[in-house]
Design a protein around this ligand. Sequence first.
Ligand code: FES
Length: 147
Amino acid sequence: MYSEKVMDHFQHPRNVGEIENASGVGTVGNAKCGDIMRMYLDIDDNGIIQDVKFKTFGCGAAVATSSMATELVKGKTIQEAMEVTNKAVMEALDGLPPVKVHCSLLAEEAIHAALWDYAEKHGIKIEGLEKPKSDIHEGEEEEEEEY
Ligand code: FES
């Protein structure tokens, strides 16, 4: 049911932890399943993501997607990180079962929330970034009904 990559990232998650004095921190949750994810970004003066760490209190798919998401944004520019959507994360993991798609949304939103925090602290605007929802459960309903 899960790809080898999902199992690998679940069993050996990359970049787990916290960053002290992070440039941006974002926390998102899903009220429906109760899972929570927190993402820390360390962004240098050139807008490059030097380091990223995450903590997830959530299911295996949430662990695997956040692990992969951190790998995808590390060393990237802010704009490149904006392109790391949940679809990109799922592709990088060779897919997720349909009922687990919402877990990957948590990873995408956590990155956005951390970038939002960074932008607010620096008084800048990041193109294409909208205020992230703290609960991704709102608005995900329709998607789930298709399955
Ligand atoms: Fe909630 Fe996976 S079941 S994030």
